[in-house]
Design a protein around this ligand. Structure first.
Ligand code: FE
Ligand code: FE
Length: 191
């Protein structure tokens, strides 16, 4: 499937707003790939498809993961929204014909990040946060600049804001993986 066909299918699966967000992440992923020297084509595809499983109900996310044998952690069970990332990677492969493991893992880890990410994983993680359709978030102008100049620094900045937001509200459990990612990149930029 080429990206035009992917966009057509995706548009039928997502709300208008989510589809616009996906196009934003597609293009910003491409720009970040240009600056940081990643494969532009892979970045565009991963960015486009990263939320392809987002617009399912929480119970559908759980039942689809079970149906396809994707593991569900306790944190994910308590916060099924998190499942759209691994289910998205599964759909990218099964429904959009993506067989590149670099693209699939960028989709799988776009929500929480993880320690020692590949460049493409970092790019989609960051593009998801900074794409222009996002509602204004604290310190977003600074984070957008860092994304293009020092991507690890932008990752720390994003996670710092996300984690303090999650801890202040009652949005359920903070995903352990986000904390691990934060600690890993915090140490890395301090070196
Ligand atoms: Fe997402
Ligand atoms: Fe997203």
């Amino acid at each position: 499937m080429n990206r035009f066909e992917m966009r057509e299918r995706l548009e039928s699966k997502l709300t208008k707003k989510r589809f616009e967000h996906s196009l934003g992440v597609e293009y910003v992923s491409g720009c970040l790939a240009m600056v940081h020297g990643a494969d532009i084509d892979k970045a565009l595809t991963a960015g486009l498809l990263h939320d392809c499983a987002k617009c399912l109900s929480a119970s559908d996310k759980i039942s689809k993961c079970k149906k396809h044998g994707l593991p569900i952690s306790d944190v994910e069970l308590a916060n099924p929204e998190l499942l759209h990332a691994k289910l998205g990677a599964f759909y990218a492969r099964e429904k959009y014909g993506v067989d590149d493991s670099v693209i699939l893992s960028a989709i799988e880890f776009h929500t929480t990040g993880k320690p020692a990410m590949t460049l493409l994983e970092k790019i989609v993680f960051v593009a998801d946060y900074i794409e222009p359709n996002r509602k204004p978030l604290p310190e977003i102008a600074e984070i957008r600049q860092e994304a293009f100049t020092d991507i690890d620094k932008s990752i720390v900045h994003i996670l710092k804001n996300t984690l303090s937001y999650l801890e202040s509200g009652d949005c359920g459990d903070t995903d352990e993986m986000s904390v691990k990612t934060y600690n890993y990149y915090m140490n890395k930029i301090e070196l």
